[in-house]
Write a protein that binds this ligand. Structure first.
Ligand code: HEC
Ligand code: HEC
Ligand code: HEC
Ligand code: HEC
Ligand code: HEC
Ligand code: HEC
Ligand code: HEC
Ligand code: HEC
Ligand code: HEC
Ligand code: HEC
Length: 317
């Protein structure tokens, strides 16, 4: 029996560790001076005299409830002006756009000033890693995902009815991935982008909610964590050695169809790729692998994620 072992391949070297990102804490323009600094608070009723519809729609949100009924501090008491800043100058001259903080694209308030306003109350917590995160550095505004002027979503004051729809307004490619034959049940509404990503920032690459890809996958697929008596090296290293995270046209989110997936790392004598060995089940003379390729590797190697059987060194049980 041939005992030659597969050598570790480039494909299975620690890509994740190398990817670890360390975000430097950026600073927000807290000291930004605007014309509205000379303005004073006028109160919600004055705003409502010209913005009745906004006042009505805003009334359905959590901010309205808290700010109107149980304000925790002076700022919250200002209701509209807690976000838009003191509005006396705007109320006298609504055409001068520098006199009020606006959150729509054409109003002209710098995005950093808009975000700083939201962050005066929402810094830290889930937004601990917002400074330096990809969405912050790409200059997204909080209002690219949130619209606090009405209750458009069941939770989270999002712009769209769901988290996934909100993300997909920009991430069209991922939308396509979730439409492939095999996919995480995101389109079915059984999970959302936010189950795996923190849009406000993360210490891991790709805004992931866990330190590594595998830790993320284990949160739901705990049975794959092991430890197993017999580990399959590429599984321990990264689930993404074999799976795509969003969707695939192959079975079970696999990167390649089988047996090509297995053979891309395990080459056999005559296979012509990298390190070669002769498969023990191959009774042919030339060391050709065609016979076993015809059958799924997993007919025999069923426990591909690892095995606890005393007899499981080859993941057959
Ligand atoms: C006298 C009427 C009047 C009052 C009072 C008034 N506004 Fe306005 N507001 C307007 C008009 C008119 C516009 C549109 C100006 C434009 O498009 O150039 C406007 C625009 C806005 C915008 C639009 C920003 C954007 O992104 O497009 C916001 C926000 C706003 N007002 C908030 C307030 C708040 C908060 C108050 C109370 C402090 C207030 N307004 C009081 C008349 C008023
Ligand atoms: C929690 C912060 C917050 C509070 C409180 C708030 N707004 Fe806004 N407002 C926003 C944001 C963010 C937008 C931009 C929404 C978008 O993307 O269209 C906005 C947009 C607006 C606009 C522009 C038109 C629109 O609907 O997009 C007006 C006018 C306005 N607000 C008035 C008010 C008034 C009047 C109040 C109080 C009754 C108020 N806002 C309270 C954050 C706030
Ligand atoms: C003056 C303080 C203050 C400001 C400014 C403020 N918020 Fe809030 N926000 C609150 C409070 C209070 C709550 C209620 C929940 C809580 O206590 O955390 C809340 C809740 C929320 C929620 C959760 C709502 C829900 O229904 O679950 C979102 C999302 C949110 N804010 C986004 C924003 C955004 C975006 C901005 C800027 C446009 C903003 N906030 C500005 C104080 C503020
Ligand atoms: C890329 C999209 C995106 C951006 C940008 C974004 N958020 Fe969010 N935010 C979300 C999503 C998604 C949720 C979860 C909503 C839910 O659970 O229904 C959320 C939830 C929240 C909540 C409520 C739950 C919590 O985490 O405390 C607050 C408050 C909040 N965001 C504030 C902000 C502030 C402040 C900014 C700007 C600095 C911001 N967000 C920028 C997508 C975004
Ligand atoms: C307003 C547009 C916009 C929205 C909405 C948005 N994103 Fe993004 N996102 C970006 C941009 C721009 C980048 C930078 C990379 C790129 O250009 O694709 C990015 C990057 C990312 C990345 C990759 C991070 C990396 O390190 O490469 C993830 C993951 C991500 N977004 C998740 C989300 C999620 C989850 C949501 C919804 C909660 C969301 N995004 C909503 C614009 C958006
Ligand atoms: C089951 C967990 C999971 C869900 C759900 C999920 N993602 Fe991802 N996403 C990942 C992983 C894992 C990566 C790849 C990380 C890596 O390559 O290191 C990733 C990568 C990304 C990237 C970076 C570019 C890329 O494709 O590699 C973007 C952008 C992104 N996701 C957006 C989204 C959006 C938008 C949604 C919802 C429509 C979503 N993701 C849902 C796990 C998930
Ligand atoms: C938030 C929970 C959650 C996370 C995190 C998660 N999954 Fe899933 N996964 C699911 C659910 C739910 C299903 C669907 C199960 C079903 O339909 O029976 C699924 C299905 C799958 C499937 C089978 C797909 C098919 O076509 O049958 C694979 C493979 C998979 N996940 C791999 C992964 C990998 C790899 C990761 C890490 C990148 C991951 N999962 C992270 C919840 C999760
Ligand atoms: C060496 C390739 C490989 C790696 C690495 C790998 N898988 Fe798989 N996975 C497969 C194959 C092949 C299948 C389909 C055959 C089967 O069902 O066993 C599969 C199926 C699955 C399924 C669906 C069927 C089931 O067993 O529940 C889930 C969930 C899954 N893998 C999760 C993971 C997770 C989580 C990781 C990382 C810890 C991972 N996989 C790493 C090859 C791999
Ligand atoms: C990303 C590369 C990669 C993929 C894909 C892969 N493997 Fe592996 N496999 C390895 C490595 C590395 C080892 C450990 C070899 C060692 O320890 O000498 C291994 C070990 C094995 C072993 C045990 C061999 C021994 O010598 O102990 C079997 C059996 C096996 N793999 C079968 C499969 C099957 C079946 C598939 C397809 C479902 C597959 N592998 C996919 C890299 C891979
Ligand atoms: C008919 C059943 C069967 C099929 C199909 C099969 N194998 Fe095997 N495989 C075995 C047996 C039996 C062994 C030897 C087990 C032992 O020595 O304990 C083995 C051993 C291995 C080993 C370890 C070789 C060594 O030198 O120790 C690898 C790697 C392997 N198989 C990969 C594959 C791949 C990849 C496929 C699909 C292309 C495949 N096998 C298809 C039964 C099978």
């Amino acid at each position: 029996m041939i005992r030659e072992r597969l050598k570790h391949k480039g494909a299975v070297t620690g890509a994740i560790a190398a990817l670890a990102l360390f975000f430097s804490a950026g600073t927000l323009a807290a000291d930004e001076v605007t014309a509205s600094n000379t303005a004073t608070f006028v109160g919600e009723e004055v705003c409502a005299s010209c913005h009745e519809t906004e006042k009505k729609n805003f009334g359905h949100t959590l901010h309205a409830k808290v700010f109107r009924q149980a304000p925790k501090n002076q700022l919250e008491k200002q209701v509209c002006e807690a976000c838009h800043g003191p509005g006396s100058l705007h109320a006298t001259d609504p055409t001068d756009r520098s006199k009020l903080i606006g959150f729509t694209k054409n109003w002209g308030t710098p995005q950093s000033e808009q975000n700083a306003k939201c962050l005066t109350c929402h810094e830290g917590g889930n937004r601990m890693n917002w400074p330096g995160s990809i969405h912050q550095t790409k200059k997204l505004a909080c209002s690219d995902c949130h619209n606090p002027m009405a209750k458009f979503s069941a939770s989270g004051l999002l712009k769209k009815p769901s988290i996934t729809e909100t993300c997909q307004t920009c991430h069209q490619q991922q939308r396509a991935e979730f439409r492939k034959k095999s996919h995480m049940p995101v389109p079915e509404g059984k999970m959302t982008c936010e189950d795996c990503h923190n849009p406000h920032g993360s210490t891991a690459p790709r805004l992931l909610k866990a330190d590594t890809v595998n830790d993320l996958c284990y949160t739901c697929h705990a049975e794959k964590r092991g430890p197993f008596l017999w580990e399959h090296a590429p599984v321990r290293e990264s689930c993404l050695n074999c799976h795509l995270p969003h969707g695939s046209n192959n079975d079970k989110l696999l990167k390649q169809s089988r047996p090509m997936l297995c053979v891309s790392c395990h080459t056999f004598a005559g296979g012509g790729m990298g390190q070669t060995f002769r498969h023990p089940e191959n009774t042919g003379t030339g060391g050709s692998v065609t016979q076993i390729r015809g059958r799924s590797c997993q007919n025999c190697h069923a426990q591909i994620h690892g095995s606890n059987s005393p007899d499981g060194a080859r993941f057959r049980r």
